[in-house]
Design a protein around this ligand. Structure first.
Ligand SMILES: O=P(O)(O)OC[C@H]1O[C@](O)(COP(=O)(O)O)[C@@H](O)[C@@H]1O
Ligand SMILES: [Mg+2]
Ligand SMILES: [Mg+2]
Length: 371
């Protein structure tokens, strides 16, 4: 058991030793990632105050526009993206990076040595929350570049989540943290601002098995598939329904904050497949949101699924592919998987009818409670 005052830098070295090896490239890369997260934490914490300094290499940041997903960027989305690129390109550990904010992969420029890793990231997750001062974060995933590749193309990044070497996310909230896994458990580090170091505060995090909270954007109810309607309706029925217990509902609109809550308190998060043509495969991005988060969740004893397939088994088809994402306490995710399977077999049709406006799970007409 590592000492509780272990810093992130020390932990990654000792963790590799414990596992009988030492990958100095990976150690250096993870160190660059944590440095980038510290810069972003500092930039986010300035809020509306003018940024007091510019992190090295981040002198020129493009003006915000609409990103490849059709979403309006915030200045901090681009600042965070630049911070990640500049902090992780020079050390010789990676040969390419891919980000939510860049249409194409970034190949490490010729002036720097190229390494054997690929770094994939969502530089600022939940950035629509910035102006209301709610927790945001950074999500990262580390993959091995295919043998012999030094100038990676899109194809080289299209690896299933099971191939991730390490993954995690930083939280920029009341407390700044990094939650990470290298494939053997999940560990949480709190940024000690007096020391300037992420310090191990949450070793071996485990998602509680018992769930009494679920999170979904209820404004999309009219687009949900029947298995999701069924799950939510049963939760809302509470003690008197088939679940025999009351549930609370949560929605932060910041994946990192939802996942951290689930790591601490258990529960379920869903951004499911829905029937909107624009959103059909799901809302969240496979490579830099779903995969790294799924690795963390599984390593903490939970599960992550589309409802029909384990997230980590999906073979990506494109860099910016979106997927349905259901994650959290294992038994809850398995329940959703069962509901999807039953529905796909043609059962559970009572949840088929559009509920919105007639029989919403949130506004149950009196007549519906009497039958
Ligand atoms: O605004 P919605 O539809 O509720 O979506 C919220 C989801 O979108 C995200 O904000 C997407 O992340 P970005 O801020 O990186 O685009 C998730 O963090 C969150 O789960
Ligand atoms: Mg995101
Ligand atoms: Mg983002």
């Amino acid at each position: 058991m590592p000492h509780r005052r272990t810093t992130f830098s020390r932990f990654i070295i000792e963790d590799q030793r414990r596992r009988g090896g030492s990958d100095t490239e990976l150690t250096a890369l993870l160190n660059d990632v944590q440095t980038a997260c510290k810069f972003i934490a500092t930039a986010v914490a300035r809020g509306s105050l003018k940024q007091p300094y510019t992190p090295i290499g981040v002198e020129t940041v493009a003006a915000p526009g609409v990103n490849v997903h059709g979403e309006m960027q915030k200045p901090l989305d681009l600042i965070a993206n630049e911070i990640f690129l500049r902090n992780c390109e020079f050390g010789g550990q990676v040969c390419g990076m891919a980000s939510e904010e860049m249409e194409e992969p970034y190949v490490i420029p010729a002036q720097f040595p190229r390494g054997r890793y690929l770094l994939v990231f969502d530089p600022l997750d939940g950035s629509s929350n910035l102006d209301v001062n709610v927790t945001v974060g950074t999500i990262f995933s580390i993959l091995r570049a295919p043998e012999g590749v030094t100038e990676p193309t899109v194809e080289d990044f299209l690896q299933p989540g099971t191939q991730q070497v390490a993954a995690g996310f930083a939280l920029y909230g009341p407390v700044d943290m990094i939650i990470t896994t290298f494939g053997e458990g999940v560990h949480g580090f709190t940024l000690d601002r007096e020391v300037g170091a992420y310090t191990l505060t949450h070793p071996n995090m485990r998602i509680p098995e018992k769930a009494c909270e679920f999170a979904i954007n209820a404004s999309n109810e009219r687009f949900w598939e029947p298995p999701v309607r069924r799950y939510v309706e049963e939760c809302i029925e509470g003690k008197t329904g088939p679940r025999g217990q009351d549930f609370n509902m949560r929605w932060v609109a910041s994946l990192v904050a939802e996942v951290y809550r689930i790591l601490i308190r258990g529960g379920l998060f869903m951004y499911p497949r829905d029937t909107r043509p624009s959103c059909k495969p799901g809302r969240l991005r496979l490579l830099y949101e779903a995969n790294p988060i799924a690795m963390v969740v599984e390593q903490a004893g939970g599960a992550a699924s589309t409802g029909r397939q384990r997230i980590l088994d999906i073979k990506p088809e494109s860099l910016h592919q979106r997927v349905p994402l259901i994650l959290g306490s294992k038994a809850e995710v398995e329940r959703l998987d069962r509901y999807h399977a039953a529905y796909d077999r043609g059962e559970d049709l009572k949840f088929e009818a559009p509920l919105f406006g007639t029989r919403s799970v949130f506004i149950t007409p009196v007549s519906a409670t009497q039958d």
